[in-house]
Design a protein around this ligand. Structure first.
Ligand code: SAM
Length: 223
């Protein structure tokens, strides 16, 4: 084992100590999410997103998986002028909390909250998006992908979070508990698709619990 593999946890700890929380209200939302143990993107993923967003400056963002609104609040900081976010969650308690977050951040006019299962909402969406952040039930990514592919503009970016499933993704299905095998094989199917797609240039990046970073380079061929 090389030095980096041996020291990876220490290295991540070092990076997290080196990087500041966000400033202002966004930092307050971030610290609260971590303190309350709410599912939210970890610090290093948030930092990575902020860099991509500050380059991309998206105009029309779709988020799948709002939780209490930390990542949507982060995205709102980097929107283009007149930019907007549509965010989907199926869990009412989370969305009530997210609406409070958006009020606190003063971004209610930029955010459209859609309540319900993304599996039902995605087929009804007709707009085009230049940035999609996928951070919902990991076993559903493969089913969301055809809709995401259509909704994303050429030149747009898809980021999918938590693709390594706590490190299980590299293990064979027989090495992981039986109850996790379905989600494991669905995530592997999702990763295979995005890595072998003509539509996306994709990199899988070991940051947080792993992210897929996909650039849509062309439209899918009509069947
Ligand atoms: C990891 S949390 C999102 C964290 C958030 N993006 C952040 O960083 O602040 C995942 C959220 O996705 C929602 N979710 C999971 N599957 C969903 C689905 N099929 N449709 C809509 N929401 C879903 C859950 O209710 C949960 O609030």
């Amino acid at each position: 084992m090389d030095n980096l593999s041996e020291n990876i946890n220490e290295t991540i700890k070092y990076i997290n100590e080196l990087e500041d929380f966000f400033d202002g209200k966004l930092g307050e939302v971030q610290k609260k999410a971590y303190a309350d143990n709410i599912p939210a993107i970890p610090k290093e993923t948030a930092k990575f997103l902020s860099v991509i967003l500050s380059i991309k400056r998206p105009k029309n963002v779709l988020e799948i998986g709002t939780a209490t609104g930390f990542s949507a609040s982060l995205i709102s900081r980097y929107l283009a002028e007149d930019g907007r976010i549509t965010t989907i969650d199926r869990y009412e308690i989370m969305l009530n909390s997210a609406k409070k977050t958006f009020g606190f951040m003063g971004i209610e006019d930029k955010v459209t909250v859609l309540e319900g299962d993304a599996a039902e909402i995605l087929p009804t969406l007709t707009g085009k998006y230049d940035f999609i952040f996928l951070d919902a039930a990991k076993g559903q990514y493969i089913y969301f992908l055809p809709y995401i592919e259509k909704l994303l503009d050429v030149g747009g970016i898809l980021i999918a979070d938590d693709i390594f499933q706590g490190g299980n993704i590299s293990q064979s299905r027989y090495e992981i508990p039986r109850r996790q095998r379905t989600i494991h094989s669905r995530m592997r199917a999702f990763l295979w698709e995005i890595c072998h797609s003509d539509v996306f240039e994709t990199a899988l990046i070991p940051i947080g619990d792993g992210i897929a970073f996909c650039h849509k380079v062309k439209e899918a061929k009509e069947e």
